[in-house]
Design a protein. Structure first.
Length: 155
């Protein structure tokens, strides 16, 4: 088991380090700038922008989760985040190069276009569900929990 864990860490360390860097960078970017870059949540253009950002950002599927969480907390809609998360692992630069060598440029472009369409449709569905109240809006940071007893209260 230890050998398998080490092998997993060896395979994904670069993506995780890049994700930590991008999450730290996103933490310094003002919320207004993120919403301007991604466009209006719940709109086709906003979801298309998020899909394009996911397509261009080359992170592993583990690292992209941290970036997606930060985007959500910075004001992106749930549909934009889902489109971003769906588009990114399918369309990395390394995968594109491998696919071109295996199946050719035509099929690779078709794969990228179809995966972007899936991401956009999924984003629209998530935003529709959020608009109907089926998905919660929990962007707020969790409250800090104190382990010290409060004065005056005894059980």
């Amino acid at each position: 088991m230890a050998a398998d864990i080490l092998e997993l860490i060896r395979k994904m360390w670069i993506g995780l380090i890049a994700a930590v860097f991008f999450v730290g960078l996103l933490g310094k970017v003002p919320r207004q700038l993120v919403t301007q870059a991604l466009g209006k949540g719940g709109s086709l253009s906003g979801i298309t922008r998020a899909t394009l950002a996911g397509t261009l950002l080359d992170l592993c599927s583990h690292g992209i989760l941290m970036v997606g969480t930060k985007l959500y907390k910075r004001g992106a809609s749930i549909g934009q985040v889902m489109a971003f998360l769906i588009a990114s692992p399918w369309n990395s630069l390394s995968l594109t190069i491998i696919m071109i060598s295996l199946i050719g440029i035509g099929w690779t472009i078709a794969f990228i276009a179809l995966s972007a369409i899936v991401a956009i449709i999924s984003g629209l569905i998530f935003d529709m569900l959020a608009g109907k109240g089926r998905l919660p809006d929990d962007r707020d940071e969790p409250e800090e929990i104190s382990i010290e007893p409060q004065s005056g209260s005894r059980n």
